[in-house]
Write a new protein. Sequence first.
Lengths: 166, 367
Amino acid sequence: VQVRDKAGSTVRDIRVLGPVLMIVFGLVLAFTPAASVGVTGSVGNAGNAGVHSKWPEDGGGQPPIEQPPPESPPTEHPPIAPPPEPQPVEPVVEQVDEVAGEEVAVPTESDDDPMLAEQVEAAPAEQASLPRTGSDRATWLVAFGALLLVAGVAILATGHRSASSR
Amino acid sequence: MTGTTPAAPAPAPSRPARAPSRSLVGPRVDAWLLGGLGVLAWVFLSAPGPVPEGLVPVMSGVVFWILLALVGTHFGVSYHLAYGQGREAVLRRPFALVVVPVGLVLATLVLCMAALMGADELARGGVQVGIMAVFTLTGWHYIKQVYGVSRVGASLQGLGIPPLIGKILRYGLYPVWFVDALATWVPGFLDEYYGFGAGVTWVPRWVLDGMGLVATGGAVVVVGCWVVLSAQWGRLVPATMWAPYVAGFLWLTRPPDHFSAAVVLGALHAVQYLACAHRAEVAWAVERGESRVVMWWTSVFGGALATGMLLSYWAPMWLGWVTDGTSVGLIPAAMLFVTFNLHHYAVDAVIWRSRDGHLRRIVKGPG
């Protein structure tokens, strides 16, 4: 079904469809950011990223960073970005992960170090979601959605106005 | 008709036909977009030692989302290029554009039904086949694009390639794909992806090592072709030809680890893709008599960004969030990942053929 607007274009016209998609997806992202950081995710050809990040030389055999245990409930997970390189001298928290809703620290050396235990307890909650930027994914997705929304409205309005003035 | 009356206004002088541009985006940036950036990124990310301290926060912040957006946009644009030409054009390629997506959707439904009926082994096995198909064919998709953009780079310069050398340049990349694919077939690969089996152990490790040598041999032969072409053309092979090959060879046979493995490779592939798609879309708009090309372009790429991000990132996340814990588990999310990847590969396999309008638009401009 084609619905004509005043400018003579149709909803199947990319000049209308494009900005409408931007608006719709902007709204989806802006209002459902939490769902967007659920248990699964893919970044297009990131299927291949799984291939490369677990190249056999790396040892392989480990689930990808985004991969939760199959039986775990939906949780937010650390970003795809890899954990920092291990510090050779002092035992530090290398990565804070969530397993079945609980934060689990993965130390570089020993779990027995009391200093390490203190660091684990002191790890802020936001560190579990995006430790290196201080912002969580939901924030980025809301911003991204808002940007799409504004841009979509602007394109739609500009196109409609210039078509009407012709 | 007896001729024009004196009062009739003189016809506007016709605009001289513009010669088609010899570049995709710009003569100084094309080679960077088609492969130069990839080579630079590979060198930077493959450097021995830990990732530089200053890089990590940048990579996981704004840059991370830009990379995701590039990947998503390239998915979205491919749908417009394939399906935006109308029903007739779609029906000229029914297998790739109709049968494949419908078949993948049906397969998803069947696997979900199997899971609901308790045939868990069948359901999980089916998803594993799908995931393995994506892992295996991603390299094929990449090397086909490397060959394609390299030929476009030559054509834009008016440089003809003899058929035999064309075949060598094309099939010389296949060992590179095999290396990429075999990495998922040897022991030691991922145990799981999306909670499903990923990776098989059908091939011993030495086959992968051997294929790496074959790929290196193929690269030497390709370089030999460039030398022959240079002699024939009386000039060096343009960077738009060799840069995609160098980047493809490095990334697919010796991929760096770290963050690069997650999204950088996909984004580089997307940049290469979008440079060509940009030119095709602009020429297509002119061909359609579109007077506001910028508006067209913005609408296309904005819509592609939204669609691509929705399908490739948000939808699998949302599906997993909704269905995890139910009888179907992560099957819908995993199969969505499989479906849009395999569908995209099928789309690209048909829309960039020489007889298709988009390739002509890229090389010769609006028809």
